[in-house]
Design a protein around this ligand. Structure first.
Ligand code: NAD
Length: 492
């Protein structure tokens, strides 16, 4: 455990402040550095390279050369071995990665350790996939042989958000590398460190130079030139819907494909016959983990009227028992909001709710770390019995704010679940299997979790419908995003 006041500073001094391009640390061509903040103290903790289009061009050129001359020619089995070594090295470096993640993002050390475990698992899973992505043969009749090959699509761009910096990067980089693609990664300007540490680990695992490059900087200065670069053939973007639309437009100029993982306003349906204690545990985890900064957070509770009052009373007690504080402080299980700007956004949604007379069952205020009086925090908040058309039901707050919708039947619960423009995830708590299967059928969502919110793993496809995104990550389906199918047909 790090002593937050002193050891964190020494730790931050050991972090990189350059891009990782062509297998080495490269200073930004502009010579400029930016600051990254520790949200748990609301203070800068490290500096990093402010990337520009010139740095992006170097990284894409390196990735293009590495793809053409090296990675494409590496056997799939060897690619898999390198990815497996990467998984081992991520595990060996777990504590360094987790602490860097806490200091950049504000999450708790326990959450960050879980993210690192998931990141290693992504490399392990796609290591196994590297030599199993097969083509097909087509029945044109006895006079032809016709088959397809899954070729790597080329240079891929990975635009990463600040809420799950390492695990989001790994879940898109690993399948791209498994497919034989090379990568240029642009982490969020709030959380650049773990992507840089990962790139160094990948080279230690045996990845040839240039196969995975990291350019840090803002979305405008480094992200936009990357997603519009003519040599980038696929963009995987995770972040807000507004930016995702711009990224899709930029990629369209080069007819490059995209995977977009965007926002959500996911319902968590609790029916009257549910196991109430189980549902409570899951409703709390679904909205208060990572202080609610999760695209697939269960940010709406859709609950049957007959159990509403009792459920809210118990939920409030659990929310109040969460311990707010700096992510590196022992015993803390509720971390910070990532930035001052984002904290202001979360607070303004709750202020708006208060002004409209919405009942605040618990929370509702900006907070600080009680140990230091510092940091960007927001209390775990429950807004009770909200009208379906209210902004706190319709819009993504991306913070620890749960909006409750009360319904009178399972049928009405489905209507409530489907009442926003988002369609990322949905949770459901019931003991009735038939109802569970019907609701799973009728809810519009990329993933439905029954009796365990966030159930699933790297094996399970993940993505959204409508304004929540396009394409799927995770699972074997993710590898197909990084492949182009070539059909070869021969007259014999
Ligand atoms: P954002 O979408 O603007 O940023 C995400 C990533 O995109 C960052 O790496 C950023 O540098 C990059 N980026 C920004 N503009 C770009 C551009 N024009 N071209 C290429 N890359 C660009 O998200 P934000 O501003 O950090 O947060 C805004 C809101 O987005 C949040 O309040 C939240 O609602 C939502 N969000 C969602 C997710 C998610 O996982 N779905 C993650 C983070 C934020």
């Amino acid at each position: 455990m790090v002593d937050v006041s002193t050891s964190a500073a020494a730790f931050s001094d050991s972090l990189p402040s350059a891009h990782f391009i062509d297998g080495e640390w490269r200073k930004p061509q502009s010579g400029n550095l930016m600051e990254t903040f520790d949200p748990g103290r609301a203070e800068p903790h490290a500096r990093f390279a402010a990337g520009t289009a010139e740095d992006v061009a170097e990284a894409v050129a390196s990735a293009k050369r590495a793809q053409r001359d090296e990675w494409r020619k590496t056997t799939p089995a060897e690619r898999g071995r390198i990815l497996m070594r990467a998984a081992e090295l991520i595990r060996q470096n777990a504590e360094r990665l987790a602490i860097a993640e806490v200091l950049d993002s504000g999450k708790t050390l326990g959450e960050a350790r879980g993210d690192v475990r998931g990141s290693a698992r992504a490399f392990e899973y796609y290591a196994g996939a590297a030599d199993k992505h097969e083509g097909k043969a087509f029945p044109l009749g006895p006079d032809y042989t016709s088959y397809s090959i899954e070729e790597p699509i080329g240079v891929t761009a990975h635009i990463v958000p600040w809420n799950y910096p390492l695990s989001t990067a790994c879940r898109s980089i690993a399948p791209a590398l498994a497919a034989g693609c090379t990568a240029v990664v642009k982490p969020a300007e709030q959380t650049p460190m773990t992507a840089l540490l990962l790139a160094e680990i990948l080279v230690q695992a045996g990845l040839p130079r240039g196969v995975c490059n990291v350019v840090t900087g803002t979305g405008i200065s480094a992200g936009a030139p990357l997603v519009s670069h003519p040599d980038v053939r696929h963009v995987t973007f995770t972040g807000s819907t507004v930016t995702g639309i711009n990224v899709m437009k930029a990629a369209a100029q080069n007819v490059a494909s995209v995977t977009l993982e965007l926002g959500g306003k996911s319902p968590n349906i609790v029916l009257a016959d549910a196991d109430i204690e189980l549902a409570l545990d899951n409703v709390v985890g679904a909205i208060f983990e990572n202080a609610g900064q999760i695209c697939s957070a269960g940010s709406r509770l859709v609950i049957e009227r007959s159990i509403h009052a009792e459920f809210i009373e118990k939920l409030v007690a659990r929310a109040r028992a969460l311990r707010i504080g700096h992510g590196l402080t022992e015993g803390v299980n509720f971390g910070a909001i990532n930035s001052a700007e984002h904290l202001a956004k979360v607070a303004s949604y709750v202020e708006g709710a208060k002004a409209r007379g919405i009942s605040i069952a618990t929370g509702g205020n900006v907070a600080v770390d009680p140990a230091t009086g510092k940091g960007w925090f927001f209390e775990p908040t429950v807004l009770d019995d909200v009208k379906w058309d209210d902004p706190v039901v319709q819009e993504e707050i991306f913070g620890p704010v749960l909006a409750v919708q009360v319904v009178d039947s399972a049928e009405e619960a489905v209507e409530a679940a489907n009442c926003t423009d988002y369609a990322l995830a949905a949770g459901l708590f019931t003991k009735d299997l038939t109802r569970a299967l019907r609701i799973a059928r009728d809810v519009d969502a990329g993933q439905v979790y029954v009796n365990e919110y966030f159930a699933g793993g790297i094996e399970t496809p993940f993505g959204g419908n409508r304004r929540s995104g396009i394409g799927r990550e995770k699972g074997l389906v993710a590898v197909t995003s990084y492949c182009k199918t070539k059909a070869v047909s021969i007259r014999i």
